[in-house]
Write a protein that binds this ligand. Sequence first.
Ligand code: MG
Ligand code: MG
Length: 272
Amino acid sequence: MIITKTREEIELMRESALIVSKTLGMLASEVKPGVTTLHLDKLAEEFIRDHGAVPGFLGLYDFPNTLCMSPNAQVVHGIPNHTPLKEGDIISIDCGAIKNDFYGDHAYTFAVGEIAPEIERLLTITKESLYLGIAQLKTGNRVGDVGYAIQQFTEAAGYGVVRELVGHGLGKKMHEDPEMPNYGRRGKGKKLIEGMVVAIEPMTNMGTHRIKQLRDGWTILTADGKPSAHFEHDVAIIDGKPEILSTFKYIYQALGIESDEEDIYRQELLSI
Ligand code: MG
Ligand code: MG
């Protein structure tokens, strides 16, 4: 059952989402060669608690840390460790926080130093697919419309769309109905309704869409060892249209990147 949220609840969820956004913004200046993912995890936990929130992943389904840190061929759910990041790596950082009983949950894939152009393209396409999926989050549409938009674009670019892991409803629980796959068929699946809040999170592999899991019971990685990217936003449907509650702007500020992608999305994609 989809649990819709009132306007007041959506404002509380925006607060939770923004704590995660600011945490990722703080981490953006710390991601560099030589830094361990465990160090970044500690920074994130402190930052979240300093902002009056609680890490959302720590202890959830017994996950041991604050962040899911998934470098290179790891897709998602990587566990922070003592291995230093190195020049040319990419790292998906997925972060959750709970404030006012509501979860925020979003993710960004960072470049560590200079990365190869083909990996840069993987990141660009994955992020673009996220916005294309979000643009479909309108009343009258269905879950399959979102997945279809992401899948078509991603596969046309020559990449694999992970099937086994999906986006989801978000609220007082991290995973609520409905599941939001990054693949699908137009006009199929549950109806999108006013007041629903979802996490949209394409996971895109440079090669095969197939994945495997490490024996740690958590880490998901690509079956062929090629890189994978992951971006996630929290989005509410308000007045029949998508409203992104999270933002990458703190990341761009930290990295000195001029980006108006969120404004472009508002103006152009919504008019589709
Ligand atoms: Mg997440
Ligand atoms: Mg999620």
